[in-house]
Design a protein around this ligand. Sequence first.
Ligand code: LMR
Length: 337
Amino acid sequence: MKISALLFGLLAGTLSALPLGALAQQPIVIKFSHVVAHDTPKGLAAEFFAKKAGEMTKGKVKVEVYANSTLYKDKEEMEALQLGAVQMLAPSLAKFGPLGVKEFELFDLPYVFDNYTELHRVTQGPVGQSLLKKLEPKGVTGLAFWDNGFKSFSANTPIKTPADLKGKKLRIQSSKVLEEQIRALSALPQVMAFSEVYQALQTGVVDGTENPVSNLYTQKMHEVQKYLTMTEHGYLGYAVIVNKKFWEGLPADVRGQLEAAMKESTAYANKIAKEQNDKDLEGVKKSGKTQVYVPSAEEKLAFKKALAPVHAKMESRIGKDLLQSVYKETGFDPNKL
Ligand code: LMR
């Protein structure tokens, strides 16, 4: 834990909470911390928001973006937000369980979304809105959902069938649904902060991992993973969240301008997500370090069937009604494969 960073953040949080008159000419600072590289869907969207927020508030707000876990790692950033040491984050939807909002893990269910269109029916519709509301009692306000993409498995041995992952140690994010997913493959789940994955793969602490290609490529994981199979077995995206007290303490006009900036940034994030992932897949291929394998429809079905039991096992964790409302939007039925 970077104590100095936490104290610094707390001090900055206190200053930004001072009566506005006291700091009339000082901009309100929003520290936006995240764990991925700058040139990822989330990294670029965070910078886009910083620019828009400055423009739309006419300089009344200054958004400082801290990429690549430079300020906080996964678990710490959630704590820092609740303490007010940072004001804004965009953690992946797989990281809300430790905050006590386990319903977000529905996004981790294997193959529940076939594409971005199905996904947006959930994230940009009433189900998404009801999920964001669940954050309020935790002192957190949810502003938007930002896309990344669909995760694929990588390892140092070829992956063509679910059996190829048997016994492998696979790094995952802190989600019980992901743990169950890895167990369904008879593999061993290892929860680990994103910032530690490259080294864990390099030193063999874990054998493989899952992520959208944009995360794999920008962290150079392809340099330490010989095989990437485009299983696209699950979705990875983000909820943009703010410290509730800070947000509600903003002057109403400034908050409205920031909401407008967020709306534009969300459209931008969700436009570039696929483009970035497609571009980075080309980067992985060109590097010549990782062999990219696209499974046939039959091979993909074998993964779908192997992972389908995760849905029933996790139903009580996610909530039956919520799950049914997601299936209704996407048309997915784990019993009909
Ligand atoms: C991961 O930890 O694998 C990802 O959630 C990182 C991110 O924020 O995209």
